[in-house]
Write a new protein. Structure first.
Length: 219
C-alpha cells in the first residue's frame, strides 16, 4: 500500500502567475522539501553549475520551511548554514532561491509552474512531493532510494539518479530543460502512473480493507 497523496487537490492546474513572474519566467527546477540532513539539497546545488553551462536561465527553487526539530537541536541549523555557504562558494546566489513555506492549497499551481520537479534525498521513506508533482503532470528527477523508485520509472516519467551523483543529476535536469517534447511526454507519463497506482480514493479503500482484515484476525 502506498502513502496517501491528495490526488483530488494535486492535479494539472494553470501555473501560478506570480511565482513565474517572481522568477522572471526562468526555467524552474523545483524541490519541495524542508532543509534537513537527509534532504540532499547539496546534490541539486552542486549540479547547478553544470546545468547553467547549457541552460543559462535555469533557476533552482526550494520550497519548504525549517524542520520542527530545529527548535530542540542545532544540527539542522549547521546543515542549513553549510547549504548557504555552498551556494556562496559556487557563486550561485542569483540562481538558487528559497521560498519558505507555501500554503498547501497553493502548491498545485506552484508545481505546475515548474519545468522539472526534483527530490534528491539521501534517504527517504516515500517522498510524497514526487507523487504530488506527478499528479500535477510534471516530469520528475529523484534519487534511487526509499520509495522514490516506486514512483519514478527511469526514462519514462523522469530520471532516477544515484545519491551524490552530481554529473548524472545535471544531465537528467538538462535533458528535461532543453527538450520540450521529452518534458511533455514524461509529464503525461507521470499522470498515467498516478492514475494507475496513486489515486487517493482507491488507496483509501485499500487501507480500509487492510484494517478490517487485521481487526478480523485479531478478534
Amino acid at each position: 500500500l502506498y502513502p496517501l497523496a491528495n490526488t483530488q487537490l494535486f492535479r494539472p492546474t494553470p501555473p501560478n502567475k506570480k511565482f513565474k513572474e517572481d522568477f522572471k519566467n526562468k526555467k524552474i527546477i523545483l524541490s519541495a522539501q524542508r532543509i534537513d540532513i537527509k534532504s540532499g539539497h547539496e546534490q541539486l546545488i552542486r549540479a547547478m553549475p553544470h546545468v547553467l553551462k547549457q541552460v543559462p536561465d535555469a533557476k533552482l527553487v526550494f520550497v519548504g520551511g525549517k524542520s520542527l526539530t530545529s527548535k530542540i537541536s542545532n544540527i539542522r541549523k549547521k546543515y542549513e548554514d553549510a547549504v548557504h555557504q555552498l551556494i556562496s562558494d559556487l557563486n550561485l546566489g542569483s540562481h538558487v532561491s528559497f521560498t519558505g513555506n507555501i500554503s498547501y492549497e497553493n502548491l498545485p499551481s506552484i508545481y505546475s509552474a515548474a519545468d522539472v520537479v526534483a527530490l534528491t534525498s539521501k534517504a527517504e521513506g516515500f517522498g510524497l512531493a514526487i507523487t504530488e508533482a506527478m499528479s500535477c503532470g510534471r516530469p520528475v528527477v529523484g534519487t534511487n532510494t526509499g520509495g522514490i523508485p516506486s514512483q519514478i520509472k527511469n526514462s519514462v516519467n523522469g530520471f532516477l539518479v544515484g545519491v551524490d551523483k552530481i554529473e548524472d543529476t545535471s544531465k537528467a535536469l538538462v535533458k528535461l530543460l532543453t527538450n520540450a517534447e521529452l518534458n511533455r511526454k514524461m509529464g503525461v507519463e507521470s499522470l498515467r502512473i498516478v492514475q494507475e497506482k496513486f489515486v487517493m480514493n482507491k488507496n483509501v479503500e485499500e487501507h480500509i480493507k487492510l484494517y478490517h482484515e487485521i481487526l478480523k484476525s485479531k478478534s
